[in-house]
Design a protein around this ligand. Structure first.
Ligand SMILES: CC(C)(COP(=O)(O)OP(=O)(O)OC[C@H]1O[C@@H](n2cnc3c(N)ncnc32)[C@H](O)[C@@H]1OP(=O)(O)O)[C@@H](O)C(=O)NCCC(=O)NCCS
Length: 142
């Protein structure tokens, strides 16, 4: 991911973060990109960004904050490629576990995570703000 991708990425981010506003979330995406440039990836078609994935890392635990693919390109294997790229990068960095945070409105994405061996470990009420409950999934990497 490059800084110049952030306009499109922040649009896509609204699919994964129904609680957020685009302008504010763009700042967060930029912070994460600057902190971990080797852990933020985009998928592109004909030069156009159509998906992205981004994580943050605390010690040896990664948190998958976002993965999103443009609606018209979903169910074509792009999310799988982005996730696999991310998991490889995290393993190289020595991360031991990865958590995924899924806003309740994004629950249709849960089978995608199960396909990649994540399991639900719990939920947190009001995680992203009042009423924005979130499901937490986990995958062991090592
Ligand atoms: C979740 C998401 C990133 C998946 O990306 P994708 O490119 O559509 O997924 P893939 O095509 O790689 O799917 C791989 C497998 O995951 C499973 N899967 C993906 N989306 C699914 C869905 N909506 N329902 C059930 N299974 C699903 C399927 O088993 C699929 O394989 P198949 O199509 O051969 O059956 C995408 O649907 C998305 O952007 N959703 C909106 C944002 C979001 O909710 N993000 C997650 C919260 S952070």
């Amino acid at each position: 991911m490059r800084r110049s991708d952030l306009d499109t990425v922040s649009e896509l981010a609204m699919l994964a973060n129904p609680f957020a506003t685009k302008e504010k979330y763009r700042e967060h995406l930029l912070d994460e990109l600057e902190e971990n440039p080797d852990l933020s990836f985009v998928g592109a078609k004909n030069g156009k960004v159509i998906g992205y994935v981004q994580v943050e890392v605390h010690n040896d635990q990664a948190v998958l904050e976002d993965i999103a693919v443009a609606k018209e390109y979903q169910r074509k294997g792009i999310g799988k490629r982005l996730l696999n790229k991310e998991l490889k990068a995290l393993k190289r960095k020595g991360a031991g576990t990865i958590l995924a945070e899924v806003h309740y409105k994004c629950a249709p994405a849960i089978p995608f995570y199960y396909k990649h061996n994540f399991r639900i470990i719990g939920f947190v009420q009001d995680y992203f703000g009042v009423g924005h409950d979130t499901i937490i999934l986990k995958l062991l990497l090592q």
